[in-house]
Design a protein around this ligand. Sequence first.
Ligand code: SAH
Length: 364
Amino acid sequence: MNQVTHLVGLTQAELTALVEELGEPAYRGRQIFAALHARRLRSFDEMTDLPKEFRARLSESSSASTLTVEARYISEDGTRRYLMKTHDNLPVETVFIPEERRDTICFSSQSGCPLQCSFCLTAKLGLLRTLTAGEMVEQIIIALNDAYGVGAKTPHGTNLVAMGAGEPFLAFEPLMKALKVMSDLKGLHIVPNRVTVSTAGIVPRIRELATVEDRPHLAISLAAPTDELRNELMPINRKWPLNELLAACKEFERSLKPSERFTFEYVMLDGVNDREEHARQLANLLNRHGLRVKVNLIPHNPADPLPYHPSPPERVESFKRILESKGINAFVRRPRGRDIYAACGQLAARRPANPQGSALHQLA
Ligand code: SAH
């Protein structure tokens, strides 16, 4: 890291302390916080309500933005993928998913990912580095500005999902800090209740999240109903096998209100984990642990060189019916942004030819 403080990752209180250290009154901190998070400005030059001399001094030791947008891809279904780079030249990807009721932004917690899930393209990058809180928040600012206009109100609020590149629970500290910064009423005002964090199953952090008061929703990526198959698809299972994972899930469930649910995600791989037998094993496993969960079935998003294909729709439907017949709520997720490498498991800094890259001057 360089010595420059990225102000986007600071809470309002931290920002106030920082300006006071520079000999400025506390209200300047609140002013900068509003400029960054409510007006969503990305350079000190635009903050013309701050004295010019102070802006110059600020930029000596701090920065209002560190990510640069390199390309924007727009899918046939309206999904947008932003390919950005960090100050140290690493790829960061964010996806904006327009939806009927409320739009969703999917952000990344790491550049690349250290987990070697065999069905995921991001795994091919390996871990480049964990992102900072500021880099997580800045992704949201960039996507909101592009979707709605700089500083413009979001029509129905936004949902966030930490389901981009990386394993959010290996970025636990910066992630929780980012959520805190984003929840501020004077800033983005995206509260944890609007956020879902997906994990491949980092057991100690699931237990830790159970103790956090203002916390996001939880999703767990399962992909297989037995240790034998899960070891193969998600090597993290060798460290925390299904029994340990589901025991932690049960503990998490006990911390929920009676009306709250958490989610399991199950990627459907043709001929690998989608047989009727797998559906029965999955239902039995969840019922044995007494979990009142829902299961999202995600047809695999293919990408070269991943050796899998999505399960055909009829097989996904029959898998769903078996789960339901055993009392498990199951939903089939519609893939979004597959044509631009924006769907689940497709973020790997791919650069397909796409004319939308030409609109970049509005973004950078
Ligand atoms: N590391 C976290 C979050 C990122 S992945 C996790 O594993 O949960 C988000 C979801 O996409 C996970 O449920 C993952 O299993 C799923 N996924 C990964 N690759 C996929 C692919 N090629 N097609 C469909 N879903 C995929």
